[in-house]
Write a protein that binds this ligand. Structure first.
Ligand SMILES: *Cc1c(COP(=O)(O)O)cnc(C)c1O
Length: 396
């Protein structure tokens, strides 16, 4: 099938990257194979020399994975991609493949816990310096640049409190100083924000989240231009082996087909839940990108085309009161995951962000009353009734 440049996003997400075998299957084929055969010893030699196209070994590439990568490229407007075993494999590879001892990495301080560990702990143990800034403060990014700064790293909206970082402004800081900007785009989803179009060099995803969207398998992807991938990632990826299982690539390909309708539905519900929560007397604040009350509503309008499937809010309760509220929920489940068809609530202070210092938690607004809600595909009225009964049950 040839892909028309004029196809709109939803069409690309159904057909993009598909390569049919001789059997003419409707759904994408699942190639559960480790290796590939050659017609002759000469053909094997030619393929290893790069003179002949074709697969060599599934650690390097696999047809099902390639369909997923090409569909992601079409979605993101990227030239090339590599799919990885998890989101963290994508983040680790995207950073490690381009730094060496003596380099410096500058990152926003509000990050997914494991991303922070890589930048703060792992890089430093290999002689790569790292520092953190308040991602919202562009002057802080400028001031944080050093002569050896190689990579800038951020996520936006941030985990867990959905603050925003101006991708274009940070990309300018990176490029004025010869550095690369890597954006973790999980929280916005690829539907609502296109970091490459805003000047980022590399975008990474945990495909575990909205791209699967139904809580089944882990996966990740790194996207960028061909030259960067060829020069920085290609060898690193082949020889360290963070590759995605073809089975998971197949699940994620099918996930992409329904991504726009799931994200739209979940966002619609999340917006209604944000409204509901902002009227509750038990709630100190609600942070929802896409709502005019968001402290960075202007930036949200500039760089995102939709709100969020997540809502961050703070109860005016201590840890015990907040736990009681979570424990009273019936439709919403307690989990650290997000982007699932099932609604999930997280208490970041004691789970995803428990490794931060008390000072960092205060800085990031991760109090004992703070909760993060990932809104699923249930009927929104059932979700609001569930929150309602949990408030009533615990207002004693
Ligand atoms: C989940 C997540 C990751 C890590 O992804 P895994 O697939 O769990 O390895 C990285 N960044 C963000 C923002 C995430 O939400």
């Amino acid at each position: 099938m040839t892909i028309s440049k004029n196809w709109r996003e939803a069409t690309r997400l159904v057909h993009g990257g598909s390569k049919r075998s001789a059997f003419g299957e409707t759904s994408e084929a699942l190639f559960l194979t480790q290796g590939y055969l050659y017609e002759s010893a000469e053909a094997a030699e030619a393929r290893f020399k790069g003179e002949e196209d074709g697969y060599i070994y599934s650690r390097y590439g696999n047809p099902t994975n390639r369909m997923f990568e090409e569909r992601m490229c079409l979605l993101e407007g990227a030239e090339d991609a590599r799919s990885t075993a998890s989101g963290m494999a994508a983040v680790a590879a995207a950073i490690l493949c381009q730094v060496k001892a003596g380099d410096h990495v500058l990152a926003a301080r509000a990050l997914f816990g494991s991303c922070r560990w890589i930048i703060e702990k792992l890089l430093q143990s290999y002689g790569v310096e790292s520092t953190f800034v308040d991602g919202r403060d562009i002057d802080a990014w400028k001031a944080g640049i050093k002569s050896n700064t190689k990579v800038l790293f951020l996520e936006t909206p941030t985990n867990p409190n959905l603050e925003l970082v101006d991708i274009r402004a940070v990309a300018d800081v990176a490029h004025n100083n010869g550095a690369t900007l890597v954006v973790d785009n999980v929280f916005s989803t690829p539907i609502y924000q296109k970091p490459l179009q805003l000047g980022a060099n590399i975008v990474v995803y945990s495909a575990t989240k909205h791209i699967d969207g139904q809580g089944r398998c882990l996966g990740g992807v790194i996207l960028g231009n061909k030259e960067w991938i060829e020069e920085n990632l290609h060898d690193y990826f082949r020889h360290t082996g963070p590759c995605l299982s073809p089975f998971n690539a197949w699940v994620l390909l099918k996930g992409l087909e329904t991504l726009p309708i799931r994200v739209a539905q979940q966002t619609n519900s999340a917006g209604k839940i944000a409204e509901y929560l902002s009227d509750r007397k038990e709630v100190n604040w609600v942070n929802y990108p896409g709502h005019p009350s968001h402290p960075q509503a202007d930036l949200a309008a500039r760089q995102m085309t939709g709100g969020s499937t997540l809502v961050a809010f703070e109860l005016n309760r201590d840890k015990a009161g907040t736990f009681a509220f979570e424990n009273s929920l019936n439709v919403v489940s307690i989990s650290n995951n997000l982007g699932d068809a099932k609604s999930l609530v997280t208490h970041p202070a004691t789970t995803t962000h428990k490794n931060l210092s008390d000072e960092d938690r205060v800085d990031l607004g991760i109090s004992n009353g703070a909760l993060r809600l990932s809104v699923g595909l249930e009927d929104v009225d059932d979700l609001i009734e569930d929150l309602d009964q949990a408030f009533s049950a615990t207002n004693g």
